[in-house]
Ligand binder design. Structure first.
Ligand code: XMP
Length: 513
């Protein structure tokens, strides 16, 4: 387990999508923050010793039955609390204020008028643009509170009780549309909670290193490298902490993109001098995949082979007790399994289930993806790894429709390299979730020079997405499409046509298989 910073803000989650965003914004203010469920008891909060608490927004209305609520004793802990939207309404409802449906719903931007003398809006001008999303409103602040701001639709758009350290805002300071949202959060953090902006990338790294050293001791530890950013950053942190006790295992299944294996070698062995076992298992994987066309069978075969190869390497290195896992904070929140200890089955290494007995070390389990990238940059990882788009564990196997052969892999690898190169050249790589080439089974007729050709098409897929659950195709500029088509047809043998995939997910998926 990564060590937690001493100073922290707890965000109590009432089930909206806002809790993660609030947490990230607080961290942007250089204060560590984490999410807890609304069922948490005041006594437990006390033991966690937070510097402050935020009650998040939520989809519910305070008077509905079974609406999410919170242990009212938290208001007596003397810990500063900020309620946001539903969080403020709940605070008002629970401690003697009045919340009603006024009929004046507010969605989107509105103007906030601020009263003088208050903590949250210190140094802000009296009119502010804020973002609202509510049907209910606090119409009477609880006893001891004063109204600190109003909007056309909310008579109590903000309130505070400085004696009891309780604050509320009806709008959402965490969204970008609230222009001074970060300043308002900073006032809560630095003024009301007395926090210092001390949670920086350097402190994240230092804390992670101390925690890993404590956990691993003098034992040996193994890490599967996939070439992606999470396993790379996790490996570097562990290496900084325990040096040569770490061995990285890179299973090259022959289904990687052009230059990927070489880059892992150059980065980890040559640049960082990390013990690296590079298993060249291309032949083994290709022979198992020989003649297999069913996508799910491909996945199963690759998954199983991966485990075999990884286990064999782990067994060869005697006395290994620990396994590095690149779990991120959103996975921890979703699974709700805090402090996972000894694993048996169905844990992921490079997205593949691993049936192996190790203690897990998860140096990224407190971090969001963007924080992992910042840490990666700070540790000196090359940009291509830090900003690499997601890549499926089974690799190019699920982008070659039908049979996988060396020759077909070569075609796809070359075409894919051109896609990546041109997307990067156009400055679009980071804003696109995934962009890649796909090789179908069909062939079509063309003319190259004066000759008839009968060759494969290449499909280009480029999507934007937040989390891979839904995706939209990218409106790539025509010049980029033109360049891609010309280069792929001219430079990749056996290809005479390029098509662009304009399907959304759902109903399509991102990958073709
Ligand atoms: P789909 O194709 O389902 O993909 O829209 C959603 C996301 O998951 C990735 N993906 C995989 N990742 N093993 C993985 O580790 C797999 O078998 C696999 N299949 C799809 C895909 O690249 C996209 O980011």
């Amino acid at each position: 387990m990564a060590k937690k910073p001493d100073q922290k803000i707890l965000v109590i989650d009432f089930g909206a999508q806002y809790a993660q965003l609030i947490t990230r914004r607080i961290r942007e203010c250089k204060v560590y923050s984490e999410i807890v469920p609304h069922t948490i008891k005041a006594a437990e909060i006390k033991t966690l010793k937070p510097s402050g608490i935020i009650l998040s927004g939520g989809p519910a209305s305070v008077y509905l039955e079974n609406t999410p609520t919170v242990d009212t004793d938290i208001f007596k802990l003397g810990i500063p609390i900020l309620g946001i939207c539903y969080g403020m309404q709940l605070m008002a409802h629970l401690i003697g204020g009045k919340v009603t449906k006024t009929g004046q719903n507010e969605y989107g931007k509105t103007t906030l008028t601020i009263n003088k003398n208050n903590y949250l809006f210190k140094h802000l001008s009296p009119k502010q643009t804020v973002w609202m999303s509510h049907q209910d409103s606090v119409v009477k602040a609880p006893p001891g509170f004063k109204k600190t701001a109003l909007t056309p639709g909310a008579p109590v758009a903000a309130m505070e009780n400085r004696t009891d350290k309780l604050y509320g805002v009806q709008f959402h300071p965490e969204v970008n549309h609230t222009e001074k949202g970060l300043d308002i959060l900073k006032n809560f953090l630095y003024e009301a909670c007395n926090c210092l902006p001390s949670w920086t990338t350097v402190s994240m790294i230092e804390e992670a290193i101390i925690a890993i050293q404590k956990e691993v001791g003098k034992n040996k530890i193994i890490c599967g490298l996939s070439g992606g950013v999470d396993s790379a950053v996790a490996a570097l942190l562990v290496h900084k902490a325990v040096g040569d006790q770490l061995t990285c295992v890179f299973v090259d299944h022959g289904l990687l993109r052009k230059g990927e294996a070489e880059q892992v070698e150059a980065t980890f062995r040559q640049h960082f001098h990390i013990n690296l076992i590079h298993v060249n298992a291309k032949k083994r994987f290709l022979s198992k995949l020989d003649g297999v066309t069913d996508p799910e069978k491909k996945r199963v075969i690759i998954g199983e082979e991966f485990i075999r190869v990884f286990e064999a390497e782990a067994e060869r290195m005697e006395n290994v007790d620990f396994l590095v896992q690149g779990t991120l904070y959103p996975d921890v929140i979703e699974s709700g399994t805090k402090d996972a200890a000894r694993i048996k089955t169905h844990h992921n290494v490079g997205g593949i289930p691993l049936d192996i007995h190790f203690s897990l070390v998860e140096p990224l389990r407190l971090l969001f993806k963007d924080e992992v990238r910042v840490v990666g940059e700070e540790l000196g990882l090359p940009e291509e790894i830090v900003w690499r788009q997601p890549f499926p564990g089974p690799g190019l196997a699920v982008r070659i429709i039908g049979e996988i052969t060396e020759a077909r892999l070569e075609i796809l690898r070359e075409a894919d390299a051109i896609v990546t190169e041109e997307i990067k050249r156009a400055g679009l790589y980071r804003e696109i979730w995934q962009s890649f080439a796909v090789l179908p089974t069909i062939k079509s007729v063309g003319v190259k020079g004066d000759k008839r050709s009968y060759a494969y098409p290449i499909a280009i897929r480029a999507v934007t997405s937040e989390d891979a659950m839904t995706a939209d195709w990218v409106r790539l500029p025509y010049e980029v499409l033109e360049k891609l088509s010309a280069r792929i047809i001219n430079e990749v043998p056996n290809v005479n046509r390029v098509v662009y995939d304009i399907s959304t997910k759902p109903p399509s998926t991102i990958e073709w298989e």
